[in-house]
Design a protein around this ligand. Structure first.
Ligand SMILES: [Zn+2]
Length: 174
């Protein structure tokens, strides 16, 4: 993973040559992403496989692996989001072409001068992998543990409103 990756590559040339670029990027070099992380000292591993499909479209298969340390929005402690994604992309000239793509291909619009900014693409995909409200799984979330340890925590059976609702349900069925 020590291959030197240029900042900008020509995806059409790489597709004609059937090239794959792989490498890793420090998370703290991706500023929009790093702003969301509690620990940006790790790296994201990526691989970009360039090619053309049967319709002669230029395609890029993006594979990404990273561990993102985020703040759980329920207990506010840190959590690790394992990202391991594979995204098939197709180069498009604009929104019209993007609409014509089959569902399995995501559109990839090039920025200035028809070059692909590798770091920006990796950063965009990592941002997409983060849920709107990241949370631990129920069993791992410490807010869940706190609830169990707290004798005053509401449990459905002790909740007078839940009991009332059950009584009403019973009446309706009789
Ligand atoms: Zn949590």
């Amino acid at each position: 993973m020590s291959q030197r990756i240029p900042d900008r590559v020509d995806p059409r040339r790489l597709a004609r040559e059937g090239q794959t670029l792989s490498g890793s990027l420090p998370l703290d070099s991706l500023p929009r992403l790093a702003a969301l992380l509690q620990d940006a000292t790790k790296e994201a591993d990526f691989s970009l496989r360039f090619g053309r499909d049967r319709e002669r479209r230029f395609t890029v298969d993006l594979a990404l692996k990273a561990e993102l340390v985020l703040e759980c929005q329920r207990c506010l402690e840190s959590m690790v989001l394992e990202v391991d994604t594979h995204t098939p992309l197709a180069l498009v000239a604009g929104p019209m072409e993007a609409e014509q793509l089959p569902a399995e291909l995501d559109p990839l619009t090039l920025a200035a001068e028809e070059y692909l900014d590798v770091a920006a693409l990796v950063e965009d995909e990592l941002l997409l992998a983060i849920p709107a409200s990241p949370r631990h799984a129920d069993a791992e979330c410490s807010s869940h543990l706190k609830e169990q340890q707290n004798p005053l925590a509401e449990r459905e059976n002790d909740n007078p409103f839940a009991i009332l609702a059950k009584l009403r349900d019973g009446e309706n069925h009789n």
